[in-house]
Design a protein around this ligand. Structure first.
Ligand code: SF4
Ligand code: SF4
Length: 450
């Protein structure tokens, strides 16, 4: 196995046989029970590929979590490191013949670590400001969006870049600033007085739309494209007012308490919805996994199960319910990147490709290892910049050079891939699959869409 409990020098802290996890919300024994240590997951794991260390492999992480539960090792720094270095990309679950939910175990283990070892100092403050103070509050996000819009449109951004004033910030923040998309009005603000955005032509269905928190500030043009595509295809679109952040980043960071609070708010906000449509793979996956947050609360578990059954990614929804095939040609060569939380997390692989292939003039170029993580993984590129950067390098080596666009279905990947394009001096445009479909529709209507 490569991991010996003795190597971890923790015996003194442990009582063999007694779990070292806290009683509340501990990792689910059923999730590791099926692991037979076969190692078939090893090659799929980007962190194992980079480090070659068993503790940074899916099998090693499962073994460590089980060892804590059996009282053999403690919840401490040595345990925390491999658990937080995991991308939660779920590639191992796809590769695993026993379907072991390593990502789920990792999230539960992180919850234990953060209960036992809360973040302090600067990291604690940053986490409190962003995870608790910003993402769950749409008004604050809107204000941040207005400030970013002012920064971009007032000429301040040009001055800051020209005078190199930007270089006083840490390197990875400078990189992020360089790839920041153009900020526009959030759709929740734009449609705040409309209960329903009516279908164009004959109504076929009614759906409720999760706009996302950061998504609606940084990528409101994709949200707008999503609404256009849905209404064009006979859907009345409802944007429930009390919806909030999906909580994915909180759960990834081990703050399951806030994750549950946000989940409850969304379950209530969407309680009358027939379908909950999501255009961000990470958010969609988090919503579908709400029942996992309520394993110890039967009442909310039942509500979460009902809610999760209604959640669907936009590309799968359009594929399954049918959509108007565009007539206008886009004449572009593109490649497709499988976002982990779409391909591995939700099993959605062919549907977005079919949508792209239905657009006349789109030539698809195969990307080898298209479902390999790009290193975004929520805020992994901020918390583990070196590992994220190495993973991005290996991703970019697989991106064909002769394409004009790279399409995908997740905002985090879009930012990370934009960073890769910049780093490698490429000039490829990063697009959401639904944006391309919308551009084709717009071109058909005589509007210039891209
Ligand atoms: S997680 Fe799955 S693939 Fe990996 S060692 Fe365990 S059973 Fe084998
Ligand atoms: S979720 Fe991804 S990074 Fe984590 S163990 Fe599995 S394959 Fe490795």
């Amino acid at each position: 196995m490569g991991i010996k409990e003795a190597d971890l020098k923790q015996e003194a802290e442990c009582t063999p046989g007694l779990s070292n996890f806290l009683l509340k919300d501990h990792p689910d024994e059923n999730k590791w029970a099926d692991c037979v240590h076969c190692g078939m997951c090893l090659e799929s794991c980007p962190t194992y590929e980079l480090t070659g260390q068993e503790q940074h492999s899916p099998r090693g992480r499962v073994h460590l979590i089980k060892s804590v539960a059996e009282g053999k090792i403690a919840v401490n720094e040595q345990f925390m490191d491999p658990v937080f270095a995991c991308l939660d990309c779920r590639a191992c679950t796809t590769a695993c013949p026993a379907d072991v939910d390593v990502g789920g175990l990792i999230e539960e283990a992180r919850g234990q670590i953060r209960q036992a070892m809360p973040l302090t100092g600067l990291k604690g403050m940053v986490s409190k400001v962003f995870l608790k103070g910003l993402f769950p509050h749409q008004n604050r996000l809107n204000k941040l969006g207005s400030m970013l819009k002012f920064y971009q449109k007032s000429g301040m951004q040009k001055v800051v870049r020209k005078t190199k004033l930007i270089n006083i910030m840490p390197r990875h923040l400078v990189d992020m600033e360089a790839i920041m998309p153009e900020v526009n009005e959030p759709v929740r603000k734009k449609y705040k007085n409309q209960n329903v955005i009516k279908a164009k032509g004959k109504k076929r269905n009614e759906i409720s739309f999760l706009t996302g928190c950061v998504m609606d500030v940084m990528f409101s043009d994709i949200n707008e494209a999503t609404i256009n595509v849905l209404t064009r295809n006979g859907n009345d679109v409802i944007i429930p007012k009390n919806q909030t952040c999906c909580g994915a980043l909180h759960v990834h960071a081990g703050d399951r308490e806030t994750g549950r609070k946000l989940a409850k708010q969304n379950i209530e906000a969407f309680k009358d919805a027939e379908k909950v449509i999501v255009n961000a793979a990470g958010c969609g996956c988090a919503l579908k996994e709400y029942p996992e947050l309520f394993r110890e609360d039967p009442e909310w578990h039942e509500k979460a199960e009902k809610f999760a059954a209604k959640v669907e990614d936009i590309s799968k929804y359009l594929h399954d319910t049918g959509y108007e095939k565009p007539i206008a040609e886009l004449n572009t060569r593109i490649t497709y990147h499988d976002a982990c939380h779409l391909a591995h997390g939700q099993g959605v692989r062919q549907e977005p490709r079919d949508i792209l292939l239905d657009i006349p003039g789109v030539e698809m170029v195969h990307m080898p290892n298209s479902d390999r993580c790009c290193g975004s993984a929520g805020i992994y590129n901020i918390t583990n910049p070196e590992m994220a950067s190495a993973i991005l390098d290996s991703k970019m080596e697989n991106v064909p050079e002769d394409v004009e666009m790279i399409s995908m279905g997740n905002p985090g990947c879009m930012l990370q891939m934009a960073l890769g394009v910049q780093k490698y001096g490429r000039n490829q445009k990063i697009v959401h699959t639904i944006q391309l479909l919308n551009w084709a529709y717009q071109k058909e209507d005589g509007k210039e869409g891209k």
